[in-house]
Structures are given as C-alpha cells and as structure tokens.
Design a protein around this ligand. Sequence first.
Ligand code: EPU
Length: 439
Amino acid sequence: MGTMTDLLYVNGGTPLSGEITVRGAKNFVSKAMVAALLGEGPSVLRNVPQIRDVAVVTGLLELHGVTVTADDGTLHLDPSNVESAHVADIDAHARSSRIPILFCGPLLHRLGEAFIPDLGGCRIGDRPINYHLDILRQFGAVVDKREGGIHIRAPRRLQGTKIALPYPSVGATEQLLLTAVRAEGLTELSNAAIEPEIMDLINVLQKMGAIISVDTDRVIRIEGVDRLNGFQHTALSDRIEAASWASAALATGGDIYVRGATQPEMTAFLNTFRKVGGEFTVDDDGIRFFHPGGDLRSIVLETDVHPGFMTDWQQPLVVALTQAKGLSIVHETVYENRFGFTDALRGMGATIQVYKECLGGWPCRFGQRNFYHSAVISGPTPLAAADIEVPDLRGGFSHLIAALAAKGTSSVRGISLIDRGYEHFMDKLGALGADFSRD
Ligand code: EPU
C-alpha cells in the first residue's frame, strides 16, 4: 500500500447513474473456499468476484496443497493433496484478512495441527478471537499462544460439543460449522449468527454431506460425519456491495440499477432506504435504486445482527444521511469503533457528532464502556472536496461516495484497500458516469 497508483482524483457533484453488476458475496465466497478444504474431492464455486480477499484465500489454500484454478468467475478447488502438505507458514498472506482463523477446524481434521498468525482485517474495533479459541478448545483442540500467532493441535479426533455464544458472532458461528461437520457426534450451538452468508455456507456444507439443522431461535445442530465430498455451488450475491451502490445513488442524487442485487437478503436495508426517501424497484435480475428528487428525510437507525440492519451498510448510508433534512441518529451495536470514518466527512462540511451513549435505541453492550458508538448527523449540508485517506474497506467506500457527492476535486489516497471487497470498482464508477482520474 501507499504506492503512486493508490491515489484517485475525484471530481464530484454529478449524480451517478447507469447500471453495474454485483457478483458473489465477499463474506460468503471466502468461507466457501475454506469449506472446500474439508472435501475429499474437488469443488466448484461460481459467481466469484475478482477481489483481493479471494486472491488472499486462494494463496492460503495453495499453501496447504489445494489446487485452485479460476476462470471467469468460476473457481475449481481440488484438495486431494492436502494430507501430503506440511503445516504451512501462512504469515505472509494473512496480514490483510481475518480468514486464516477459519482454517483451524479443517486443518485440524486433515493434518491434526495448524499455525495461525496474528490476524489483519479492518480496524473498526478490537476484533478479538476469544470466541473462536473457546470453540476450538471445547472440541478438544489444544491452543498454544506463540510469538506471532497461535499453534493449535488435535491430540485425537475432535469431539462434538454444546456451546452458547455470548454474542451471535458471524465468524465464530462459521468456525463452529467448519469444525463440527467432521467432528465426532452431535454439536449444538445456541445464540448463533444467522446471516444469509452463513445460511449459504450451510447450503454448501449440506451439499458436501453434512447434517445441519437451524432452528428459529438461533440454535444450530450438527451431526458430525466421517467424510465430506466436494460441492458445486453458485454464491449468493453481495448485499453489502449492493447497498453501497444504493447509498451512492442516494448521496449523489443518482439512479443506479444494481444487477445481481437480491431482495430477501436486503429487507432491512430496503425499509431504511425507503424511510430516508430513496426509491427502489425490484425485478428478477436486480434492484434499481434512485433518488426521486426533493428532500431526503432524517431517521433513527440501529445496526444489529441479522435480520437487523447490517453494520456494513451503516458507513455508506451515513454519507447519504448528511444530505437528509433534520437530525439522524445512528447507533452502532456490532462494532465498538466504526465511526472513525466520520472525521473525514466532518472535514468535508458534514455536521456529525459522535457519542459514547447508546442513542436512539436499546442500551447495547458498548454503553458503559467509553466507545464512541452513536452518531448524530445534521443535514442537509453541502459537501466540499477534500484530501482524504482511506481508513478501512467500508469507510473507504464511504469516503469515495462523499467525494463523488462533493463539488470540486478531492484526492482519495489508499484506494487499493477498496479492492479487497469491491470488484472492479473503478470500471463501475466509469460506467456510472463518475469523473475521476488516477494519479
Ligand atoms: N467478537 C468477539 N470475539 C470473537 C469474535 C467476535 O468479541 O472471538 C465480537 C467482535 O469484536 C464484534 C462482534 O463480535 O464486536 C461481531 O463480530 P463478528 O464475529 O460477527 O464479525 P466477523 O466474523 O469478524 C464478519 C464480516 C464483517 C462483518 C461482520 C458482521 C467477514 C470476513 N467479515 O466479521 O465484514 O462486519 O461479520 O456482519 O465475513 C466487511 O466486509 O467490511 C466486514 C468487516
């Protein structure tokens, strides 16, 4: 990072309009790729976007003996040679991602041990891995913290277990699924996360031969099996990317057809989009999001686990809220530190104040703990061009939206971070009529 090509000049103030396509969800595709490690035969994953997270996981799989070939959005993953691979040092690849921790279960089943380096990922909170390690220990794994990472081994076959999560963590639920499917006996997880990306991972695991049931009360039960096969699957669409473009349409007064966007996974977003004053139409191939003209309305919003309003939708939408009339309140309850990106928006003329209190909703677990996790946005305020540095993936996209909405030429530095999760975003900006140039 920090190269010359990492800088984008954006001449904002024109509505984004046109059509773009969204492919498979980053936060599902990477997990499905890890699931392929569990199969005895090859797997095929379709609708895979060309994003850096996919390249990172590809590298990690290859290090462990999985053959990965890609052609036009289809990945072929062959894990036949994993057993003969040694425990790889995945250090070099891991820095930018949180996926390596999900290799634990599959590697314990196949190799009996794993070394997982300290993790990367966006700096939007402390992002501990205590739930993951507790889960692995409960299956019978032995975890040693070492310099630079953790060493983990299974002295004997992992044993099914009964676990209740303190919070419905997406990653911890995936950790449990990827571990329990080949453990001995029954596993029960209560307070599980039930995000659509997790449901699609369950689809994949079921195709491989797993036995998994999901109850309406966040309880997931898995009957371990002795072997799993490969799978063939088409990834569900990226609802975070779809919502990001929807917010871009709203913030710039534009009109964007997002081919590939799907309604069932976006219910909470669409409700909020409508309440703010955005309009949308759904058809079989995608969703058109547009600003109908007139004033946007302020709202009170709380992020939450599924089926609530996703935390990843929050940052792009906040940019649109700077253009809404009145006071909006956003209470972030998933990550304790996801409002850092508002500094840059303030620098562009937005009126945003952040608070430690739980505003506009229920007290959350961050309430008494000194985190600025509520924001009050007062609008509408015109945005002015500025020099911006991308802080994290979603915050970075939000800055890009702000620069596109602002009159004048902004410089946005660190845009390679956006490649982690937004496929060909500059081509898409071009297709939508944005005026920008690379350094
Ligand atoms: N948590 C713990 N201990 C743990 C794990 C999580 O305290 O061991 C806490 C976290 O600190 C956080 C909360 O639980 O406050 C929720 O975290 P979760 O585990 O659900 O998040 P994750 O699995 O690390 C995934 C996505 C995120 C997305 C969240 C919530 C991936 C690779 N990442 O993260 O996506 O925000 O779920 O939906 O799937 C992004 O795409 O930009 C992104 C950050």
